[in-house]
Design a protein around this ligand. Structure first.
Ligand code: HEM
Length: 276
């Protein structure tokens, strides 16, 4: 089963085929690389804004400012980054539309983008403006955002040749948790991570021969699950033990993790368009 846009919208195939011959696709095509640089710079901008905002909600980073102050300061950069990534994305997308139309990574990326917008604008930013309080609307947006995020992860995870990109998301989550945990939790967590990396390396380089893909694939997938469970477990411990420190409660802190990682998933899926 394929989950590319062409499988959901077969009727638009003739229109998609014309996009790189008409304005603005034809106009952007000779300057694809330059526009893609602007795409990546916009990602850096929104990524930085998202990291500062969500780490503050989790209780780390700019803790000498209230979450509301951090939100006010990052807001213009968030708007600029999100608008920039969408405008440049649509332009480079129009110049190479058939590649996106046939890409399962692009489906995962668009689900990620929708979830990221919901979790950022419907949950994280309003919660930060209220110094961590979620509010009724925030809870509803959170449910919608998490459901779309889960769907995006599912598409990413079942798409052949694309799913190794999920390691970026797991790695980003592992680094965020390493950054925000403290004391004994951090030492235990890091020890577990290093042990897992060592065991995975031995298994996939020494025990299973490096060209035995029939056994390597399931082994690496199993490790992905174990890593994800280890990181998630440590994040839950961090959120629960931190309590209301820094202003936000456990639910807002958990959602801040999601609001940050959903952008990572979107960017990872964007990168993996090229590999499928
Ligand atoms: C309407 C929204 C968007 C569209 C239409 C779009 C379209 C594209 C296209 C056409 C490419 C080039 C793919 C290729 O030929 O390999 C690309 C690459 C990429 N996109 Fe987007 N994009 C959008 C939003 C985003 C967002 C929100 C993010 C991140 C948060 C993102 C992250 C990336 C990344 C990391 C790459 C890979 C760049 C590289 O080659 O290294 N995109 N995107």
């Amino acid at each position: 089963m394929s989950l590319a846009p062409q499988d959901f919208f077969p009727a638009i195939a003739p229109w998609v085929a014309t996009l790189d011959d008409t304005f603005p696709g034809a106009w952007v095509k000779p300057y694809f690389a330059q526009w893609e640089v602007l795409h990546l710079l916009s990602i850096a901008l929104l990524g930085g804004a998202s990291i500062l905002l969500n780490l503050r909600l989790i209780g780390y980073g700019l803790t000498d400012e209230t979450p509301a102050e951090v939100e006010r300061n990052v807001r213009p950069w968030m708007h600029l980054g999100v608008a920039g990534v969408i405008v440049t994305g649509l332009l480079i997308g129009a110049s190479n539309a058939e590649r996106l139309y046939t890409s399962e990574a692009f489906t995962a990326k668009m689900l990620g983008l929708a979830a990221a917008i919901v979790l950022t604008y419907g949950v994280a930013m309003p919660a930060a403006r209220r110094d961590g309080a979620l509010g009724g609307a925030g809870r509803l947006w959170a449910l919608a955002g998490l459901a779309i995020f889960a769907l995006g992860l599912l598409v990413f995870g079942v798409s052949k040749l694309v799913n190794p990109g999920l390691w970026h998301v797991i790695t980003a989550a592992a680094l965020v948790v390493l950054f925000v945990t403290r004391g004994l939790t951090r030492i235990l967590y890091l020890t577990g991570l290093v042990a897992l990396i060592a065991v995975q390396w031995v298994m996939t380089h020494l025990v299973i021969p490096p060209d035995d893909f029939a056994r390597l694939d399931p082994a690496n997938k199993a490790f992905a699950w174990v890593f994800a469970a280890w990181v998630l477990g440590a994040a839950v411990v961090q959120v629960v033990t931190a309590g209301r420190s820094g202003g936000a409660g456990a639910a807002t802190k958990g959602l801040a993790y999601a609001a940050l990682l959903v952008w990572v998933m979107t960017a990872a899926a964007g990168r993996w368009i090229a590999f499928a």
